[in-house]
Design a protein around this ligand. Structure first.
Ligand code: FE
Ligand code: CA
Length: 514
């Protein structure tokens, strides 16, 4: 025990009778009303020498302060080569605090590249579950990668059966999450599970929403199985928000910034991420890169925080309309656009991966001369989309793959220089993953996907409306994407099946169904 901790304990016990609150107490011997590792463990943002490991102490996860009443708890962590922890290679202590929900983020360094480790935490007499993490290959190593990606896990709308299967996928080395980890909405009758509060707005409410979601054992199993790379979409704050414009458009700039600060802080607290420290939680730069040796460079994007407001009142609109086509409008913001362009220019990795939220390839849902597209996706920002496609065409043609979430259905699309012209060249691929649970059971059919709209959307190769996730096997020359779907999410359990598989050859245009 450190001297400071010891003295703090003494100070606490001698001061109890005169009413010093628990808030003052730094302790190695916490008072725990129950087992504190109710939300599991996680790792993320791996490098060749380490990863972030995460946990939260919360004996009563839905209570304010997680039931810890303000204690500041010295929490031990260990990283070992074996699951029995006989070969511990790194260890230390971190003091958790109620200001940050008693979460621990340890940026572990000094590990060897390209290998698996086990990690765990302890507080008082309680030991956490064990998680597995994998470091990335050394820079320049042509090591293949097998990863999964997922998004959209509305807790009320379905069970996390897809995560049960994702956690059990063999040889899985990384999981990428593309947002809608929580939903801010209040409860709705008749769903398979129930949110604990009305629509969340304050930091304590967002925390409780993360706690309710993360208490799910299937989600915890997926976190424990491999390191994650997480970005956010809209529901971590507010449906379809754009920078500081809220869903309803009635909030002031100040009100939305406060709400963003609450949502962003709770997100950071609950995610195993390495992002720069902030002066204000209202601005949190989560844009970052994860490198998998010479095989893949992941550009983790944020298409929410810096975007122009949706054109023409959002929703699906016939275009052109309003300022939809304005070259001033942006989805990434100028700084992030330049950061992405510079990254695509500089990276020597075989594959350039956009860990993206909203659909890149437009889908004209209206048969006939009308063109009707989604205002919240890249199709709502055509000038920004043109800039992105030009950048990909010039810097990383036919080796760029966009990973997308948001729309609760699976799509395979070609990325093209000019989507609105039939002669537009294929320059990349987009794999849109379905939801884990959002939208409920789903179905194979999609009302607007028919012979007519197919003919008008040659960039769209395939669609499926079941729930699930995508597994990607990425080698030097070939990328294979396997769409894994579960039959229902309205009841627990069910097997996973591969709905379809697709291949992209590095350096060659187009996507091929296996
Ligand atoms: Fe969603
Ligand atoms: Ca049309």
């Amino acid at each position: 025990m450190e001297r400071r901790d010891f003295l703090s304990d003494i100070a606490f016990y001698s001061a109890v009778s005169v009413g010093v609150p628990n808030m003052w107490r730094v302790t190695t011997r916490p008072k725990l009303a129950d087992y504190p590792f109710t939300l599991g463990v996680a790792s993320g943002d791996p490098t060749p020498t380490g990863a972030v490991i995460w946990t939260r102490l919360a004996p009563k996860p839905l209570d304010p302060d997680g039931g810890l009443e303000g204690q500041r708890i010295v929490t031990a962590w260990q990283v070992a080569e074996d699951e029995q922890f006989t070969k511990v290679v790194r260890q230390g202590n971190v003091t958790t605090a109620p200001e940050l929900s008693n979460t621990a983020h340890v940026d572990v360094t000094g590990l060897q590249s390209d290998r698996w480790y086990f990690y765990r935490f302890s507080a008082g007499d309680a030991m956490s579950p064990i998680g597995r993490l994998r470091t990335t290959p050394a820079a320049g190593a042509a090591t293949p990668l097998r990863f999964g990606f997922a998004s959209c896990q509305h807790y009320e709308q379905g069970y996390y059966t897809a995560y049960e299967h994702l956690a059990k996928e063999s040889r899985l080395e990384l999981i990428v999450h593309l947002g809608d980890y929580i939903y801010e909405y209040g409860p709705t009758d008749g769903r398979v599970r129930r949110y604990g509060s009305a629509e969340v707005r304050t930091v304590d409410q967002y925390r409780a929403r993360y706690a309710q979601t993360k208490a799910d054992p299937l989600l915890q199993a997926a976190h424990a199985a491999a390191p994650w790379v997480v970005t956010w979409d809209d529901h971590e704050v507010d449906n379809n928000y754009a920078a500081s414009v809220g869903e309803l458009g009635m909030e002031s700039d100040e009100q939305m910034r406060i709400r963003r600060a609450a949502g962003y802080q709770a997100w950071w607290e609950h995610m195993p991420v390495r992002v720069p420290r902030v002066r204000s939680w209202g601005d949190l730069n989560i844009t970052r890169r994860i490198e998998w040796g010479a095989t893949a460079s992941f550009h983790v994007l944020d298409t929410r925080q810096y975007r122009s407001d949706q054109a023409c009142g959002d929703g699906n609109q016939n275009v052109p309309c309003g300022d939809w086509n304005s070259s001033e409008r942006t989805l990434l913001g100028t700084a992030q656009e330049q950061w992405l362009d510079a990254g695509l220019e500089a990276s020597r990795a075989r594959w350039q991966v956009l860990a993206n939220q909203v659909r890149v390839a437009p889908f004209d849902e209206r048969a006939g001369a009308d063109v009707r597209v989604h205002m919240d996706a890249w199709s709502g920002y055509p000038a920004a989309l043109d800039r992105l496609m030009t950048s990909v065409a010039n810097r990383a043609p036919n080796r760029t793959v966009a990973l997308t979430g948001d729309i609760h259905s699976s799509w395979v699309n070609e990325l093209r220089t000019q989507f609105h012209r039939p002669e537009g060249k294929a320059i990349g691929a987009e794999f849109v993953g379905t939801s884990i649970s959002s939208g409920g059971d789903g179905s194979d059919a999609f009302p607007n996907w028919n012979d007519n709209t197919r003919a008008e959307n040659p960039q769209c190769i395939w669609h499926n409306g079941r729930r699930g996730y995508v597994i990607c096997d990425v080698g030097t020359d070939q990328w294979k994407a396997s769409y894994r779907v579960v039959p229902v999410v309205s009841r627990p359990g069910g097997e996973v099946n591969t709905a379809a598989e697709f291949i992209v050859q590095n350096g060659r245009p187009g996507v091929t169904k296996v």
